[in-house]
Design a protein around this ligand. Structure first.
Ligand code: SD4
Length: 324
């Protein structure tokens, strides 16, 4: 039995072992039994978000509704410093939000550089469902949101304003995101009907330049879903996710037969290889789910974790990592 086959056999539920599969053995890998529904999401807050998603999934709802409901929990949490209300602002004190969503028909909707609207994921959903476009940004995205009945509100909380004022004292901008301090939520789910969807939402890097957009609203970077194959999402310093088209790359590797775990590892390895002078100072984490309900996750540095919810599982798992 090849290494690859042993790996698949021992990781029925997408366990986190590292495979040494060669490309030639990957193409003919057997498929694991189907496991559904299942939802996975980034970081600690993923557990609470998964509960909201699970309500939809357990009721035989669509994965796209589950992921929208799920990530909204994080968007609505004012304590979370990098998603929705309470997110740290840019250098000028503006909270600017990025989000995107994809459904089982590979429809996609996205908003970027959106201000004063609390639930960018739902605006992205409306872009997907109600317009002929994929992406709206800035003023146009806000105008669209207001037309759709979203309320304009201040998203800078006293806590995030105080953090910004403290930052202003030194204005020490390090583009590397502190590896302990990412909170973007990316969530992907497989529903009872065997369909995949995903959502990703963030206020992006704290103290970023005004107008900066990260990977999270970019289809193919922060999120990608192909209902024939799998779904992937990302967290961390978005510039490096964008430069390798991270989530799209992972889905394409799964199409070639890589497990979600192997595909996430390949994407991290790509960043490490292409940016040998940068990767030590930045964190990127990937999360993937395939059509069989197997999952995987991997990050550059230690500290990335993710939450899994299925009928027989509700846990927070430390992802494997490349360095340290
Ligand atoms: C970005 N990927 O805007 C996001 C940041 C992030 O937790 O993941 N923060 O680059």
């Amino acid at each position: 039995m090849s290494n690859r086959r042993k790996f698949l056999k021992s990781s029925l539920y997408g366990g986190l072992a590292v495979s040494t599969a060669s490309l030639s053995s990957v193409a003919c890998a057997p498929k694991a039994p189907l496991r559904k529904p299942v939802v996975i999401s980034t970081w600690n807050h993923g557990q609470e978000a998964n509960q909201a998603a699970w309500k939809v999934l357990a009721d035989k709802g669509r994965a796209v509704d589950a992921v929208e409901q799920g990530v909204m929990v994080t968007e609505n949490d004012p304590e979370n410093a990098t998603v929705g209300i309470g997110g740290f602002p840019d250098r000028d004190g503006n909270v600017t939000l990025d989000a995107c969503i994809m459904d089982e028909f590979e429809n996609a909707g996205s908003v970027a550089f959106l201000q004063n609207i609390k639930n960018p994921i739902s605006v992205a959903r409306k872009v997907m469902d109600d317009t002929p476009h994929v992406m709206l940004v800035g003023e146009g995205a806000k105008r669209f949101a207001l037309e759709k009945g979203f309320k304009e509100e201040n998203l800078l909380t006293p806590k995030s304003e105080a953090a910004w004022k403290k930052w202003l004292e030194n204005q020490d901008y390090q583009p590397e995101i502190n590896i302990e301090n990412h909170d973007t939520i990316g969530m992907v789910a497989l529903d009872e009907h065997g369909n995949l969807s995903g959502a990703c939402t963030t206020s992006g890097a704290a103290w970023k330049m005004h107008g900066r957009v990260g990977d999270s609203p970019i289809i193919g970077a922060g999120l990608y879903v192909d209902n024939e194959v799998g779904a992937a999402t990302a967290t961390g310093l978005g510039e490096f996710v964008i430069k390798i088209c991270g989530s799209h790359m992972i889905v394409e590797l799964m199409r070639q037969g890589y497990s979600p775990q192997e595909a996430c590892e390949q994407a991290v390895n790509r960043i490490v290889k292409k940016y040998p002078n940068d990767y030590k100072n930045l964190q990127v984490g990937f999360l993937a789910l395939n059509k069989q309900g197997e999952y995987g996750a991997y990050s550059i540095h230690k500290g990335f974790n993710f939450a899994v919810k299925a009928s027989d599982q509700d846990e927070l798992i430390d992802a494997g990592h490349y360095n340290g």
